[in-house]
Write a protein that binds this ligand. Structure first.
Ligand code: NAD
Length: 497
């Protein structure tokens, strides 16, 4: 039986997942659906492949990862076109996404040896006869579960860390973007043809659940908070550690000494790039009273120029349109005003840019992740009030501050994993900065040194290199030696300061 097809909604027919464009319904491709046995088999193959991959060492892996990076760059237009076909993403948004992904791949490849490789630790006086050695060993196989909104960047973040650390990867792409996911796996196989070091398993949520239970050493999940909790529960059954990169409700604060035009430009891009379907997208703006009116005017002028079907692509996941509509309706019903867009902005599969003011703090537009091209702008008395309101959220992913004198101080006070000062979203494009949230936005980090360590476990080794002068780890120590140890401890640690 052939199921009725709704553009953008994945369909499974005869064990095959069919992916279509959310605006046109055009088919983007087909992939086989995995069942639990197929997932287990993939993980089994990955265990062997992972041992081989680890045996290449940091330098061997670096060479392959750099070749993959270069291949992606050479075929960036093809990748952007495929992402446009499958997710409806505008070309330039897809190009920028691939650029950020390549940055992380490059950084992880170049720095894994320094961050994770074997090193000697500094001598400690009490155990001076022992040398300390530290290194970070891979988990073996890392399961990566991805979302659809950034189908290139969100998987490549953890995948680059996991691979550089020496793990094999079994990747479950979102059912909304399996073809882009498969493209990543296939291009990696072009530079690593010897072993299935990276494999994809396709399907709906149950396939992600099977991956959590398949014997992987660690799971990296990127997606909604609700699913993140299910992933954690599934992983808990076998004490499999997890990284959870979940949703957000990021705020931008505009202080009195900010460049208001620059803040407006950044708010519009940060809120509406990828049609607002960005985990670190700006959803709330808090502006201090002296700049508020000008900021609203500038934001409306800029957002009003964006065209649906051009800069603003379709909503990739059709059921998200109802969420966006409900949030706009709720904001207006509770007393908010649409200074751009509003109720009529929702025209499936598109949502036109919408800017809302005077939205009460208890409305869903302020409290829940909207994931559409909407912004609320709230007037505040000062930066303190802005910080208080920005932090009044269960989420804590990213954020932004515009200002001069106090901007960095304000950034430090935001309860989030990342903040951009005088820009939006920039932290996600820097290979050496960690990325991840607090609270309902998740925990653990991808990208940068922390993102490499996330995919390896520390291994500590001590090596005795001389006889003990202060023997503490033996029953054969004498009372005099214990006295001596106490004397040394008093000298080292007994002082008040
Ligand atoms: P989602 O939670 O619906 O799905 C994410 C992935 O989890 C998909 O591959 C899905 O098939 C899989 N899945 C679903 N149920 C599962 C289960 N029970 N067990 C295991 N896997 C399961 O999220 P989405 O709609 O694809 O993505 C949008 C969400 O992702 C937003 O909330 C967004 O903020 C968030 N996101 C977060 C980040 C970040 O880095 N923090 C980045 C991008 C997106």
């Amino acid at each position: 039986m052939t199921a009725t097809r709704v553009p953008g909604v994945p369909v499974i027919e005869d064990g095959v997942l069919i992916s279509t464009n959310p605006a046109t319904g055009e088919e983007a491709g087909r992939v086989p659906v995995a069942d639990a046995a197929a997932v287990a088999a993939a993980v089994q193959r990955a265990k062997e492949a992972g041992a081989w991959w680890q045996s290449l060492g940091f330098d061997g892996r670096k060479e392959r990862l750099i070749r993959w990076r270069s291949l992606i760059v050479q075929r960036i237009e093809e990748l952007a076109q495929l992402t446009g076909l499958e997710a409806g993403k505008p070309r330039n948004d897809a190009i920028m996404e691939a650029v950020a992904a390549v940055e992380h791949l490059d950084w992880a490849a170049h720095h894994a040896k320094r961050v994770l490789g074997p090193r000697r630790t500094r001598t400690r006086i009490l155990l001076a006869e022992h040398a300390g050695h530290l290194e970070y060993l891979p988990y073996g196989v890392v399961g990566v579960i991805g979302p659809w909104n950034y189908p290139i960047l969100t998987p490549i973040g953890p995948i680059s860390g996991a691979l550089a650390a020496g793990n094999a990867v079994v990747f479950k792409p979102s059912e909304y973007t399996p073809i882009v996911g498969q493209w990543l796996v296939d291009t990696f196989a072009e530079v690593v043809p010897e072993q299935p070091v990276m494999q994809a398993v396709h399907g709906l949520g149950d396939v992600g659940g099977a991956l959590c239970r398949s014997g992987v050493g660690k799971v990296s999940f990127t997606g909604s908070t609700a699913t993140g909790k299910k992933v954690m529960a599934a992983c808990a059954e076998n004490l499999v550690p997890v990284v959870i990169e979940a949703g957000g409700k990021d705020a931008l604060i505009v202080d009195a000494d900010a460049d208001v035009k620059a803040a407006a430009e950044a708010a519009v891009w940060g809120g509406m790039t990828n049609a607002g379907q960005t985990c670190i997208g700006i959803e709330r703006v808090y502006a201090v009273a002296p700049v508020y009116d000008q900021l609203v005017k500038e934001i409306v002028a800029r957002a009003g120029k964006l065209r649906t079907g051009e800069e603003i692509g379709p909503i990739t996941m059709p059921r998200q349109i109802d969420v966006i509509r409900e949030h706009i309706d709720d904001a207006l019903a509770k007393g908010g005003t649409a200074v751009l867009g509003g109720v009529g902005a929702v025209q499936p599969p598109y949502v036109a840019p919408t800017v809302l003011v005077d939205v009460p703090a208890d409305s869903s537009e302020i409290r829940e992740e909207t994931f559409g091209p909407t912004l609320t702008i709230t007037k505040v008395a000062d930066a303190d009030e802005a910080v208080r309101l920005a932090n009044d959220s269960p989420y804590g992913l990213g954020g932004a501050v515009f200002g001069k004198k106090n901007a960095v101080r304000i950034a430090r006070r935001l309860r989030s994993g990342m903040v951009a000062v005088n820009s939006t979203l920039s932290f996600v494009g820097m290979g050496n900065l960690p990325f991840g949230g607090v609270g309902e936005s998740g925990f653990g980090r991808i990208h940068g040194e922390d993102g490499l360590r996330e995919f390896a476990r520390p291994k500590a080794i001590t090596v005795r290199r001389a006889r003990s002068l202060l023997p503490s780890t033996t029953f054969e120590r004498t009372p005099a030696q214990v006295k001596q140890i106490v004397k040394v401890v008093r000298m080292l640690y007994g002082r008040k300061s």
